[in-house]
Write a protein that binds this ligand. Sequence first.
Ligand code: PGA
Length: 253
Amino acid sequence: MGRSVYIVGNWKMYKTAHEATSYIEALLPKIEHCKENIYLAVPFTSIAPCAAFCKDSNLVIGAQNMSDAREGAFTGEIAGLMLKEAGAFFVILGHSERRHLFHETDAMIARKVVRALQDDIQPILCVGETLEERKQNRTEEVLRAQIEAVFSHVPKEDASRIVLAYEPVWAIGTGQQADEKTAAQAHAFCRSVLADLFGGKIASAISILYGGSVRPETAQFLLQEEEIDGVLVGGASLDPDSFARIIEVSQKN
Ligand code: PGA
């Protein structure tokens, strides 16, 4: 079916620029032979030094958030064009920590995704239900609402420029990874929502990643699922050895 596979690390607010470049120096030789899309979302201050370091490599550097505005009087915000100039190729948007800790709404996330597309930065859009929503059997309703809120603002021809990441909130940073069947089921549902919006052909071209407590030991089971086109890795991406092991596993599938 030929969808692109992505292995994405998300460092969150960890590592200074100095620590970041030492990490990359350690990681690059381990992944030289890897063919999949290997992405790393680093803190803002590490984007330029990491991108410079990765220039002739297969490691792609990106950001973890951006403003929905092109520019303006928005103290403390950062624009997509600034990230792009610094060397960011992609940006994670709608991460559950942004939604829950920083109160980002679906409408705001939709504007950010549209802006990222305009600024030519590839958006990785995160969606996912909380534990309470899962217990109340509302997972599908929540996923549909989050996906529709963003993709309904995206022209058909741009839809497959977005990578979707299913990240159940209860699995993020908890060690409680969704098992691969549960994840695959959610992915299939997300794809059916995309098919309702854009038709089956476009929906089947959009990569859907799983995120939430992915570990080197579990990545292979997730990646064996037809519906799972890659992983978004937080904690386990902070160590170059464990991130390299996850990348290695993706080569064998
Ligand atoms: P985790 O984080 O792998 O530490 O659970 C995933 C994420 O936040 O994207």
